[in-house]
Design a protein around this ligand. Structure first.
Ligand code: AMP
Length: 452
């Protein structure tokens, strides 16, 4: 009898609920809401995404950088913008024991720019492209695809203003998603202009919003004075309906910005990278200017953005560094993996070899052999409970081992072992000192790159 997939989902939901309820009754400590454990049965997805990211980014000349998860609060307030949702509502900010205001990082760009300035990295012409992988923190209302601790793959490139780099960065993002086999996503593209063309647009938008002030939510009513572009980020339906007829930024951008945008689009077309110009996409952070982009899916409900980024030419200077341009993007790993899981399957890592031994002396010999196999780079395992051969074979099967080395007391007395090929169901006797070289040969050249 087979059960449909939703049946198992419901059972697993029920089990989660029972464990959760038990936890409450027994006073067990649970993880903080919106902050998830990534369990061994999911880890293969994470490793695959991370490995693919490293390969692609390094091919494009990016170097890995790791910055602290805790930074001075001022760094984010000054870079992301005081009147953005992230800074106003979502930061994990607090005073530390000394009273200094700090925050868990809500995104990576500000920290990387800080590190660039602090360590004078911009002086090195080779190391101006960085990538980072790690957790970010935003106090949002948790739901599918939206968490309080989530992970991003982040990319930043400094020192080049040429639209060729904008197109290259977007092309790299596309290639990364393609390598993962992601389907059904659309690249949205826009230009936010520069601070000077944006100031004339700001006046236009402010006057439009003033005409609709009574419809706006209290947050947007305030933002229309302080930072009107941020009204576009508002999720309240009545604000969104007002914006339907609002003036479009693209109509106000200066000649230089328009030409930059035209060249980005032309390079992308030459790179056969499809995009959709979305004049209402403004991104939720203040530091962006000119090219901005987002990767959108229709398969994850409300949390439809997989990643996004753009140019931020003034940011390094604003944070006290030299006047050098920058561009980057961040991909949300949870959303990316949710989407991959809906369309693909990936196995959990398993040992290639299992050592089954019977009797104390055989178990000791098996244990030593196991360590020799591992030393040679072969993923191998055994069980330590001294169970029957049948139950050891069951364990090997469950672990999807390809070869089982069987050492019984008789084999040991003859200095031999049996190797069972679990896929072809064949079995051979070998002298014990031939086991490691034979398995090395059998597992072949791919042993370093795969699970064993
Ligand atoms: P942002 O830094 O807001 O542009 O976000 C970049 C990407 O990070 C988004 O497209 C999402 O994939 C991911 N992301 C942002 N916030 C969250 C969150 N609260 N939970 C999960 N993923 C998120």
């Amino acid at each position: 009898m087979t059960f449909p997939l939703p049946f198992f989902r419901e059972i697993s939901l029920l089990v989660d609920f029972v464990i959760f309820f038990q936890g409450i009754v027994m006073g067990l400590i649970q993880a903080i809401r919106g902050m998830n454990d990534i369990l061994p049965n999911e880890i293969a997805w994470w490793q695959r995404v991370e490995q693919t990211a490293r390969m692609v980014m390094e091919d494009f000349g990016y170097y890995e950088i790791r910055t602290p998860v805790l930074e001075k609060l001022e760094l984010f307030a000054r870079s992301i913008g005081e009147s953005t949702d992230i800074v106003e509502k979502e930061m994990y900010a607090f005073a530390d024991r000394k009273g200094d205001l700090v925050s868990l990082r809500p995104e990576a760009t500000a920290s990387i720019v800080r590190a660039l300035i602090q360590h004078n990295l911009h002086a090195d012409p080779l190391v101006r492209k960085f990538y980072a992988i790690g957790p970010m923190f935003r106090h949002e209302r948790p739901q599918k695809g939206r968490y309080r601790q989530f992970h991003q793959i982040d990319v930043e490139a400094f020192g080049v203003d040429d639209p060729m780099l904008d197109a290259e960065v977007i092309y790299m993002l596309r290639l990364f998603l393609e390598r993962l086999g992601l389907v059904g996503v659309v690249l949205h593209l826009n230009s936010l202009g520069c601070p000077s063309c944006r100031s004339s647009y700001r006046i236009l938008l402010q006057s439009y919003l003033a005409d609709h002030a009574e419809t706006l939510c209290p947050d947007c009513e305030r933002r229309r004075h302080t930072n009107p572009l941020r009204v576009f980020d508002c999720k309240v339906e009545r604000c969104q309906s007002v914006l339907g007829d609002a003036p479009i930024l693209g109509d106000s951008i200066c000649e230089e910005c328009a030409s930059h945008f035209a060249r980005v689009k032309s390079y992308l077309s030459q790179l056969q990278t499809p995009f959709l110009v979305n004049p209402r996409m403004v991104r939720g952070l203040d530091y962006y200017m000119r090219t901005t982009f987002e990767v959108i899916t229709d398969q994850l409900g409300a949390q439809n953005a997989i990643g996004g980024g753009g140019r931020y030419n003034g940011l390094v200077k604003d944070l006290g560094g030299p006047d050098i341009p920058g561009i980057g993007f961040a991909i949300g790993m949870e959303r990316l993996i949710l989407l991959l899981q809906q369309n693909q399957q990936v196995g959990t890592p398993s040992p290639r070899i299992f050592v089954a031994a019977l009797g104390e002396a055989s178990r000791t010999r098996g244990f030593l052999l196991l360590q020799e196999l591992r030393k040679e780079g072969l993923a191998a395992d055994m069980e330590y409970e001294g169970r029957s051969l049948k139950s050891q074979m069951r364990r090997a099967d469950k672990l999807a081992a390809q070869h089982v080395v069987i050492i019984g007391e008789n084999e040991l007395s003859r200095g031999e072992a049996q190797i069972r090929d679990m896929i072809n169901k064949t079995q051979n006797v070998l002298s014990l000192d031939r086991i490691v070289p034979t398995l090395l040969e059998m597992c072949g050249k791919d042993r370093k790159s795969s699970n064993g």
